[in-house]
Write a protein that binds this ligand. Structure first.
Ligand code: CTP
Ligand code: CA
Length: 228
């Protein structure tokens, strides 16, 4: 079965996984976020644990339970997620499946923003968040031996994934089409393409759990034998 397939593949390995969205506060009651459910990242963390790895899952706010056998750290913002990931290193493998908010409000209002009669809508000034995947891919010390990113695209999937692989400095990009018609964001199934410097491997549409199992087996293969 499932556990049998993965058994021992990542024994003795340390794995860090990011999952879910981030919430970037606007004021005490409002935030910027996205539609990520955390399903794919959580399934990867669970599969890595079943493969025998010591797994740290750094999760943004999600509505799904912590996976069994996984040390789960709950965060809200991109900056908190980066701190937690860095705190979980060193690791053999990092898999960044989180849908990190690209921008955050410049400053969090201390009080709830109020409507000002006649003044119109407030402007939301944004600043770019740290890129967790790029940051850990470029670490001089403690760069995980294998760094995996995801690319969520609505067009030119492979082209954008190749560009991301280069820009981020990671070893593998799992590219998935998140066009609204595909139902991937929040859905149960996924169609992914593994993009590396040496080419593209496309997998047929399947469940996020099966993508997770196949990905764990794949990265275990890339890493080779324990201690190698
Ligand atoms: N990522 C990250 N930190 C960020 C933004 C993205 O770690 N601040 C990671 C994601 O977890 C994913 C990969 O980078 O593994 C690609 O995320 P994606 O949103 O597809 O790419 P971006 O570089 O943010 O580019 P864009 O959203 O403009 O396509
Ligand atoms: Ca992004």
């Amino acid at each position: 079965g499932d556990a049998g397939r993965l058994k021992g593949l990542l024994q003795g390995r340390r794995v860090v996984v990011t999952s879910g969205p981030t919430h970037e506060p606007i004021d005490p009651v409002r935030y910027l976020a996205n539609r990520s459910s955390g399903r794919q990242g959580h399934a990867i963390a669970a599969a890595a644990a079943r493969a025998g790895a010591a797994v740290t899952l750094v999760s943004g706010p999600v509505a799904i339970p912590d996976p069994a056998g996984v040390r789960t750290i709950h965060v809200e913002t991109a900056r908190q997620m980066l701190d937690a990931v860095e705190g979980a290193l060193p690791a053999d493998i990092a898999i960044c499946a989180a849908a990190v908010a690209d921008w955050r409000p410049v400053a969090e209002g201390e009080q709830k923003l109020k409507k000002q009669p006649g003044a119109g809508a407030p402007a939301l000034d944004l600043v770019e968040n740290p890129d967790i995947l790029a940051t850990i891919s470029k670490l001089a010390k403690h760069r995980p031996g294998l760094v995996v990113g995801f690319a969520a695209e609505t067009e030119n999937l492979i082209e954008h994934a190749r560009a991301k692989l280069q820009r981020k400095g990671c070893d593998l990009i799992v590219a998935n089409d998140v066009s609204p018609s595909g139902g991937v964001m929040g859905g149960a199934r996924n169609t992914v393409h593994l993009v590396t410097a040496s080419g593209v491997e496309s997998w047929e549409e399947t469940t996020k759990e099966e993508v997770a199992r196949r990905l764990v087996a794949h990265v275990a293969g890339l890493l080779g034998e324990p201690g190698a």
